[in-house]
Design a protein around this ligand. Structure first.
Ligand code: WT7
Length: 579
């Protein structure tokens, strides 16, 4: 009925935890495992971070230097009166200060929450408010564009730690503003990590749901046990590796696998400040001798579009493993990798709530193109049967499991170390995620008779665009703030590159004249983009006389999507298929 990994017979999470050091006085702290223990040993002078700045310059930070910087950061927090358990937010691009802030926050036993730097002021304000952010680490430019316009809505924000060459000039004008570099330089590089329990909260990651506000998934220090184990089992990290996770640390992948996992293995992490560019990416892989590369299906598809010729022009011989995550990886992309990059792309599956990889085409094992893979050792997965309405079937308090080959909801037996431990201030919402000891992922999948899992779609209306999870409600709410809009429905429509693209349907307020109406889609695109940022804003807007509704009066996004895609309207539960 359920499947465990083929390779897991002698596996236990207890043994995985024993591979880590633990704090000298007992307990577990991510920063000790990721930095301090390496800084105290033979890896002290090894590059922990290699930052490829936008201007083309390359900057290394050794484990020893990272230990010193993160200790200074922890002391700064203490001096500012930031107490253990308080939340430190970061709104930064891909810069090493993000690593320093995250790990320094763990050293203070405070909670770190990264925000995606492409978010507009609305998503930023909403998350800072929900998380009662006391400290924000950001750049003067991001502050001016994303935070200053909403600062009056953030009374809890006491300190703004500014990063960058112009920080000193700008700091006096920002309430609570200081220049981070100056503050760090003024502090000693030593700091003793306070006693930390494996169950202390370390991270807050916001993720989008179908309705209402974003959910704040809480993760604890024990998660590092899963990060370390999955880094070895799924990604094959070894000493001496140069590891490149292309995900932005503003999202969970960039934090779990761009910061914590590689550093826990003592390898060198590449941080690439620039945006995607096929030629530059190949150059980076070749020149930096990247050995393990964790990327996303959208990026692979963009490389495919750039052509195999470009791949051939670069020496990719250092690469030992390529993996991807975040959205369906089509079988064709897996094979393209094998043919033109010299390695198949290994799909992995997980989500914000799981904290780390749960299912994957694991290192050293067979790859099945189009499949997400098999559960990792220590992870028990299953498929729950759904009724005609798409609800999970439950009998005697436990899910009814589907047969092999039958589509249903992907379930995971609760209890792995990186499992989220709550939704911020939403205990009931958290409790609803579990049934009879199983965590409900909300994804639809099937398992074949060999125990491989295949993605079928999402069980909800959340949109995945270029690997980013976007809540339709967040977009609808902003569109409805426009005086000419009375109602909005937002869906994802298929997009060759990004998987899905955000499309909005709007109903106009009575009395909007024809001339205004004609220019509205364009005006609304701009309106949404300014408030939401480029990633969350719709790419397309269509005016409708009315939108379909459920009996309770909510916009029926599934029906909008079915009609848009020309799908039968009968079965509205599984409209998306992966490959
Ligand atoms: C959702 C989670 C994965 C961590 C970063 C994003 C979708 C994830 C796959 C995959 C098809 C995938 C799921 C999942 N997803 N991996 N290999 N194949 N879909 O975390 O933002 O919480 O998104 O991404 O729908 O639930 P997230």
């Amino acid at each position: 009925m359920t499947t465990q990994a083929a390779t897991g017979s002698d596996f236990s999470w207890t043994a995985e935890r024993a591979r880590l050091d633990g704090l000298p006085g007992g307990g577990l702290n991510i920063a000790h495992e990721a930095v301090d223990r390496h800084a105290a040993g033979p890896l002290r002078d090894r590059a922990a971070l290699r930052w490829l700045a936008r201007d083309g310059s390359v900057h290394d930070t050794t484990y020893g230097e990272l230990a010193a910087q993160t200790s200074r950061f922890a002391r700064l927090l203490a001096d500012l009166g930031v107490e253990p358990g308080e939340t430190v937010f970061a709104l930064l691009g891909r810069v090493p200060e993000l690593h320093v802030a995250a790990l320094g926050t763990f050293k203070r036993r405070a909670v770190f929450c990264p925000l995606y730097s492409a978010f507009g002021p609305e998503p930023v304000a909403q998350r800072l408010t929900l998380g009662a952010g006391a400290v924000l680490v950001t750049t003067p430019r991001l502050y001016a564009r994303r935070v200053a316009p909403v600062r009056d809505r953030l009374p809890a924000l006491r300190h703004v730690l500014l990063v960058g060459a112009d920080a000193a000039d700008v700091a006096p004008e920002v309430p609570g503003g200081v220049d981070l570099a100056v503050e760090l330089a003024a502090r000693p590089p030593a700091w003793e990590i306070p006693p930390t329990s494996a169950d202390d909260v370390a991270l807050l990651h916001f993720t989008s749901g179908t309705t209402g506000r974003p959910k704040g998934a809480l993760h604890v220090h024990e998660a590092v046990v899963a990060h370390h184990a999955t880094g070895r089992i799924a990604l094959d990290l070894r000493e001496g590796d140069v590891f490149w996770c292309t995900a932005d640390p503003g999202w969970v992948t960039g934090m779990s696998y761009g910061v914590i996992t590689p550093l826990s293995h003592g390898v060198t992490c590449l941080i690439d400040e620039g945006e995607f560019d096929a030629t530059r990416w190949y150059e980076t892989l070749a020149e930096q001798r990247v050995t393990v590369w964790y990327t996303a299906p959208t990026a692979i598809r963009m490389l495919m579009r750039a052509g195999a010729e470009l791949a051939r022009e670069h020496d990719l011989s250092a690469l030992r493993l390529i993996a991807s995550v975040g959205e369906p990886l089509n079988a064709e992309a897996v094979r393209w990798g094998a043919e033109h990059l010299g390695l198949p792309i290994r799909d992995t599956w997980w989500q914000t709530e799981t904290g780390g990889i749960m299912i994957g085409n694991l290192a050293g094992l067979e790859v099945r193109p189009g499949a997400m893979g098999r559960p990792l050792p220590g992870v028990e997965a299953s498929i729950g049967r759904r009724d005609e309405e798409g609800e999970l079937r439950v009998a005697d308090g436990v899910p009814v499991m589907a047969d092999d080959g039958e589509g249903g909801e992907l379930l995971l037996r609760a209890g792995w170390p990186s499992m989220f431990r709550g939704y911020l201030n939403e205990d009931e919402r958290y409790a609803r995620c579990f049934v009879g000891g199983w965590y409900r992922t909300g994804d639809l999948a099937r398992r074949d008779e060999d125990g491989w899992y295949w993605f079928l779609g999402r069980g909800d209306d959340v949109i995945k665009s270029a690997g980013h999870l976007i809540g339709p409600f967040e977009v609808e709410r902003v569109l409805m703030e426009h005086p000419a809009v009375v109602e909005a429905g937002v869906i994802g429509v298929p997009d060759e590159m990004a998987g899905q693209r955000i499309k909005a349907f709007v109903v106009l307020a009575p009395g909007v004249n024809a001339e205004t109406a004609a220019g509205l889609p364009r005006a609304l695109l701009g309106f949404a983009r300014t408030r939401l940022g480029a990633v969350v804003a719709p790419k397309e807007i269509e005016v409708r006389d009315e939108l379909p509704h459920t009996r309770s009066g909510k916009v029926m996004r599934r029906l909008l999507r079915a009609r848009e895609l020309g799908l039968p309207e009968g079965d509205l539960s599984t409209l998306e298929t992966a490959t």
